[in-house]
Design a protein around this ligand. Structure first.
Ligand SMILES: Cc1ncc(COP(=O)(O)O)c(C=O)c1O
Length: 394
């Protein structure tokens, strides 16, 4: 046993605690849902990415059992050796059709999709231009490629244009953005981004993890909402949020791009295939989402209801329409204490502070789901009002 390793690990964890960055885990003993048992206490859950309320739903469990029976548990193989079943190729076709693209390739998570995509498509002759607040998986994926790296100020189109001008001598320019940013719930201006991409001959990659399944008229995500589904070159997404909530992800693009990813993306080439049970349930969910537009309507109705009630109670909410609703508290301490006190009110929400979000904008992030009732949302607002007064936020 290496004692230096253990001592340094313990020291680093202590430092993380002292910096107020320690992440603890509340242990849930029920299925995921709007009411959960966490550490033995019944709580209203407002912090899952369970936008359509499908995680834990009986129909999905039945779909899982069916595909377990038919395709087994796992493949013990990567895709190109003996890890591709009919259920994988069928889901790839279905995912591509869902997003109105030519083809799709599955990954075991959106993290893996993002980590595999850039090194596969870009060389040292190219440039990648990334929004400053992009998700960690995009940042890591970009780090793995040899293209020249540029960062544009968050959603700042002037800065993006400047970076595009500066990289005109490069062979290809790739603009990368989250479709929706998870800390503020703000939605990338994809129409403007696509216009700039056209003007400067760039291509566009959008990570739509927080939009697929519910944003846009038919739930195709941020690109559909902006009217540019046909202009975004590459969409990466997860099945781990609105689309079922377990795991799995995909890259959706032209047939040429997908063909190259099958050859080059190390996060699919050298790792096991997505378990068939995830494929079976995801296929079920994609159909379910199309057959149940009322889920999206309920989600947006719940979101508007919560946003309006909180705004009229006097809370500051950054401008957006998304079911990610950050309630800005300001300082880190009261935000942390408020989230703790919420547990006593029977409510589970999480506080985020610097360096995860800018200094002075500590917040409690609420995530609304189609599975919440108006009464549950009312209970949340009442708790916010009570604690907002206690901590002098109101
Ligand atoms: C924007 C974004 N991209 C990617 C991911 C990773 O998704 P997955 O859980 O499928 O790896 C997340 C998850 O938090 C995310 O918020």
């Amino acid at each position: 046993m290496n004692t230096t390793l253990n001592t340094l690990s313990a020291q680093t964890v202590e430092d993380i605690k002292k910096a107020g960055l320690f992440k603890s885990q509340r242990v849930i003993s029920t299925k995921q849902g709007s009411v959960i048992l966490a550490d033995g206490k019944e709580l209203l859950n407002f912090c899952a990415n369970n936008y359509l309320g499908l995680s834990g739903k009986e129909d999905l469990i039945d779909a899982a059992k069916k595909s377990l029976d038919e395709y087994g548990y796992g493949l013990s193989s990567v895709r190109f050796i003996c890890g591709t079943q009919t259920i994988h190729t069928a889901l790839e076709k279905q995912v591509a059709a869902f997003f109105h693209k030519e083809d799709a390739i599955l990954f075991t998570s959106c993290w893996d999709a993002n980590e595999g995509v850039f090194a596969s498509l870009l060389t040292d002759q190219d440039a990648v231009i990334s929004d400053a607040l992009n998700h960690a998986s995009l940042i890591d994926g970009i780090r793995l490629c040899k293209a020249e790296r540029h960062v544009f100020k968050h959603m700042d189109m002037e800065d993006l244009e400047e970076q595009l001008k500066q990289t005109q001598e490069k062979h290809m320019r790739c603009i990368v953005t989250d479709g929706v940013f998870s800390m503020d719930g703000d939605i990338a201006p994809l129409k403007e981004i696509c216009d700039l991409a056209d003007k400067y001959d760039a291509f566009v990659v959008v990570d739509d993890a927080h939009a697929s399944g519910f944003l846009g008229d038919t739930g195709r995500g941020a690109a559909e909402a902006a009217g540019v589904l046909d202009r975004v070159d590459v969409i990466t997404t997860t099945f781990g949020k609105a689309l079922g909530g377990a795991t799995g992800g995909a890259v959706v693009a032209s047939k040429e791009v997908v063909a190259l990813l099958h050859q080059r993306a190390r996060t699919t080439l050298f790792t096991n295939a997505l378990p068939p049970v995830i494929c079976g349930v995801t296929s079920y969910v994609l159909d379910y989402v199309d057959q149940h537009p009322e889920l999206r309507e309920t989600l947006w109705d719940n979101t508007r209801y919560f946003r309006e009630k909180m705004a009229s109670a006097g809370f500051t909410l950054p401008k957006s329409v998304h079911p990610i609703v950050p309630v800005i508290i300001g300082d880190a301490e009261p935000a942390m204490h408020m989230a703790e006190d919420m547990l006593a009110e029977g409510i589970y929400v999480i506080a985020f502070s610097y360096p995860v979000v800018p200094m002075g904008t500590a917040r409690i992030r609420v995530q609304i789901s189609a599975s919440h009732t108006k009464e549950q949302i009312d209970q949340l607002v009442v708790a916010f009002e009570k604690l907002g007064k206690k901590y002098n936020i109101l």
